[in-house]
Design a protein around this ligand. Structure first.
Ligand code: DGL
Length: 272
């Protein structure tokens, strides 16, 4: 990676502000790198977009982000994107790519009842990649899935100091618990990077306590491993927050409030 003479630059990519939950984990792990966030706001929410359009778009937008930031490593901090286009991005770019995919394995290890809830976007729950993870790691345990409509949007609204309808949290949880054997769920996987940002609201909507599993800490460990000793054990520097324009709304302000030094709009090809 040629990082000996400078701090590593890490690009965190998501459809929106979900990358912030992964950046929080990088902060907790004291990964002293220069962090850039790229939110593809013009195409949010990915979880309700067609796969063909996403496959075409994601590698190009990430490629533009890498060119702009000169990143040494990119995190696709989006389960919806990673479960669809991880390989396409790896083919397109020449730096290490860390994907964020549903954390089935740790959830299976935690479950006492053998019934796990998987909360993700409507796209992520139907992907062959997700089927393969469940087949590989569920070890005879049951994984009940629910594709939550509007939950990532509620997280965006909350971060922008809006007041999302509380029913969105209730219906996401009930979508899991109302399934056959849903009453036995003891672990819920938050398989969308937006969901840890509304964990408090989700927990308040549940009739009983659950163990929640998110991907951030494992991603931070993976990034630390890939960067080896090339970062200081310090807090990351939040350099720039990019959006792709269109309906940016308050996203750039949220990035500034989170601690990014500056924000900008990244131009991507018009026909994407
Ligand atoms: N944050 C994204 C994920 O992890 C999804 C949000 C969206 O639907 O765009 O899946």
């Amino acid at each position: 990676m040629g990082l000996a003479s400078k701090r590593p630059r890490v690009l965190v990519f998501d459809s929106g502000l979900g990358g912030l939950s992964v950046i929080k984990a990088l902060m907790d792990a004291s990964i002293g790198a220069d962090i850039f966030h790229l939110a593809d706001t013009a195409f949010f929410p990915y979880g309700e977009r067609e796969d063909d359009a996403l496959i075409k778009r994601i590698p190009s937008v990430i490629g533009a982000g890498i060119a702009q930031t000169q990143a040494d490593l990119v995190i696709i901090a989006c389960n919806t994107a990673s479960t669809l286009a991880l390989e396409e991005v790896r083919v397109e770019v020449s730096i290490p790519v860390v994907g964020v995919v549903p954390a089935i394995k740790p959830a299976v290890a935690l479950s006492q009842t053998g019934v796990i809830g998987l909360l993700a976007t409507p796209k992520t729950v139907t992907r062959p990649y997700t089927d393969a993870l469940i087949n590989r790691f569920s070890q005879g345990k049951i994984v009940l899935r629910h594709g939550a409509i509007g939950l990532a949007g509620a997280a965006e609204e909350k971060l922008a100091h809006g007041h999302p309808d509380p029913l969105v949290y209730q219906s996401a949880i009930q979508g899991l618990l109302d399934q056959p054997r849903g009453d036995q769920i003891d672990v819920i996987v938050l398989a969308c990077t937006h969901y840890p940002l509304v964990l408090e609201e989700l927990a308040a909507a549940t009739p009983r306590p659950f163990q929640w599993v998110e991907s951030g800490p494992a991603i931070a460990r993976r990034v630390a491993h890939l960067l080896a000793n090339q970062f200081d054990k310090a807090s990351p520097c939040l350099e720039m927050g990019f959006t792709t324009g269109g309906q940016d709304g308050p996203t750039q302000q949220v990035l500034l409030d989170f601690g990014f030094e500056a924000t900008a709009t990244l131009s991507v090809m018009k026909d994407l």
